[in-house]
Design a protein around this ligand. Sequence first.
Ligand code: SAM
Ligand code: SF4
Length: 345
Amino acid sequence: MISAPITFIEPDLGDIATTGPAHDSYGRRINYLRVSLTDRCNFRCFYCMPAVGMQFAPPPELLSNAELLRLMPILARSGFEKIRLTGGEPTLRRDLVSLVEAMAHTPGITEVSMTTNALRLAELARPLAAAGLKRLNISIDSLDAERFRQITRGGDLARVWAGIEASEQAGLTPLKLNCVVVRGVNDDEVVELARLTIDRPWQMRFIEVMPLVGVADVADGGVVPSAELIERIDQALGIEFVGWFGADPARTYKIPGARGSLGFISSVSDPFCATCNRMRLTADGKLHLCLLRDNEVDLRETLRSGAADDEIEALIRYAVHTKPWGHGLPQGIKPTLRGMSQLGG
Ligand code: SAM
Ligand code: SF4
């Protein structure tokens, strides 16, 4: 596996601020929470879940709608502004539309977006947009229906396209499409996927495959460094660097004259830990502090113990403060606790 060193800065181990937007001990402002609504999925993408043997959390272990909605204003007070719903597959969550509506109307939360496999978007895009959902990231790893079926272990590409169309019609734009690139599986399609952006105002994003629990071996020899993809697409279509914007993990490129753009997420070959602004809330109520580390803080038990809002806010601020600087892939340290379907990407 190719891994660049992660530049380290010294932590500030002083007191944890009790008001104002939360910063971690390295001075990073953490304002973006990826909320996993379920660990279940209607696909079984080979780089995300093992084919058999998945253990899903029993429903009582998941945060209820009431618990999630109680957390929203407390998160907003702690400085979280953007919420991204994910999973597993977030569209499997019952009452998704009303949940989105309540989240989107929380003062201080400026944007609710979602990452999805799009299978249910043909019916859900319009009500979600009406409820206040702002944007969508949609996973699409192949343009070939048979290969798509194999990668997702049963997924129907035609329904994904219908979901993409419905999202555009509902105004859930600009759309971002995510492709996890795995060498020898779909890396021969990157030029065709990039070509989609010539006529459509989408961002096509190429993600380096990461070694998560249950499927860690797909990253052994499977990672195609973004630099190699950029070179290949450049030779075929000619692309230019546009920029690397704030906390967006994607470096943005463009085919000259294209309506859309290209994004490259190099979590393995060139990590972006210095600009990380995010944490994750698992469906079973743990704040997961770094995607590729095991550090967690349990919110669910505190919520269920009868704690006051102030106590919950103090725990959230403590979690932000203790966020690790970066992942340990360059040192060969892989996460051991959870798979990607439990973390939400
Ligand atoms: N089910 C939704 C979907 O697929 O878009 C949301 C959850 S999924 C876990 C979120 C993102 O993680 C997707 O874009 C997916 O492609 C990506 N992902 C899953 N496993 C990955 C891995 N091993 N390495 C890199 N990205 C991965
Ligand atoms: Fe499901 Fe998304 Fe994981 Fe694929 S990547 S198995 S769609 S959670």
